[in-house]
Design a protein around this ligand. Structure first.
Ligand code: ATP
Length: 299
């Protein structure tokens, strides 16, 4: 197949300001200088895979503004084929307005912009591209009907689907999306929400998610690493110790790396072991895409 990883998903400009104190309603507080950096879960995962050397392409929409250009430039720098990123005249690029509080806690407002226009028709027009890719990587942040259409096309084409359902939809995940996921990649919070298992371990939640239809499951555990569950059983992948300075986009680094290794034919547990190493490097550097390592940088 021509591509290792095809991402159908979002591209956002991350606009970050640090504050000493969070403003209350109607209040104004001073912030640090604005930092504009490339982000969005789809674009992040594509950049992570491409940086590692995966043959990667991204099906996404941006606006014809400076942020769209910023995002395209970042993908080119990572090595992504941007031939399927549509620049839409008159549309705004998606933005995430991130306010980082004194404890490093984030409050985020996402304005979807052009991401909201990524449609099932775009996916239908990309049928051949999906069939020409080993792994299709999907997330939230674009309309769920678009994501579901991509998963169905992948199923028809025999393309493996990596699904990171974040942010979790307000209603349950569409069932045909869940059953296409191989694996479903969730953090602990998402695992709890989607499994319905309130009291229990991450492994209990992973088993519950498989019973609900996911073909395989990966639960990421922050500094503690990840656990995987598939037909071969459960694998615990310990965390790699790292001096964390900024964990923004760590989950996307993990998932992009995982998609690359699965495209290379790794078993799930093996792929997760590499993904944990990649994500550990990403937390030692600021930003999302700007923090992602090349394969040679892995210790
Ligand atoms: P984020 O929202 O920050 O992108 P997430 O909530 O989706 O992340 P996490 O489980 O917090 O997902 O982190 C994803 C992966 O990043 C972990 O599986 C781990 O490999 C790595 N990671 C996260 N935090 C740390 C840390 N402090 N030290 C080392 N590795 C980390």
């Amino acid at each position: 197949r021509r591509y290792d990883v095809l991402v159908v998903g979002s591209a956002n400009a991350d606009l970050t300001v640090r504050v000493g104190r969070r403003p209350g309603p109607g209040e104004t507080v001073p912030g640090s200088d604005l930092v504009e950096s490339p982000g969005g879960k789809g674009a992040n995962q594509a950049a992570a895979a491409a940086r590692l050397g995966a043959r990667t392409t991204l099906l996404a929409r941006v606006g014809d503004d400076a942020y769209g250009e910023l995002l395209l430039e970042a993908q080119r720098a990572a090595g992504t084929d941007v031939g399927h990123v549509r620049v839409e005249a008159g549309a705004r690029t998606g933005t995430a307005m991130i306010v980082v509080g004194p404890d490093g806690d984030n409050a985020i407002v996402v304005s979807p912009g052009a991401n909201a226009r990524l449609s099932p028709e775009d996916v239908a027009a990309a049928d051949a591209l999906i069939a020409d890719s080993a792994v299709l990587s999907l997330q939230g942040e674009v309309p769920w009907e678009t994501t579901a259409a991509a998963a169905r096309a992948a199923r028809r084409a025999g393309t493996r689907v990596v699904l990171n359902p974040s942010p979790v939809p307000p209603h349950d995940l569409p069932h045909d999306l869940l059953t296409a996921a191989d694996p479903l990649v969730v953090n602990e919070h998402e695992a709890r929400l989607l499994s319905g298992v309130a009291d229990g371990s991450p492994a209990d939640r992973a088993h519950a998610l498989r019973r609900r239809g996911a073909r395989s499951v990966v639960v990421t555990l922050g500094a503690d690493g990840a656990l995987t569950l598939d037909d071969e059983g459960a694998t615990t992948v310990p965390g790699v110790p790292a001096e964390a300075v900024d964990t923004t986009g760590a989950g996307d680094a993990f998932t992009g790396a995982l998609a690359w290794r699965l495209a290379q034919g790794d078993r799930l547990g093996e792929a997760a072991r590499l993904a944990v190493r990649v994500a550990a490097v990403s937390v030692t550097r600021p930003g999302a895409q700007t923090s992602y390592p090349a394969a040679e940088e892995l210790g």
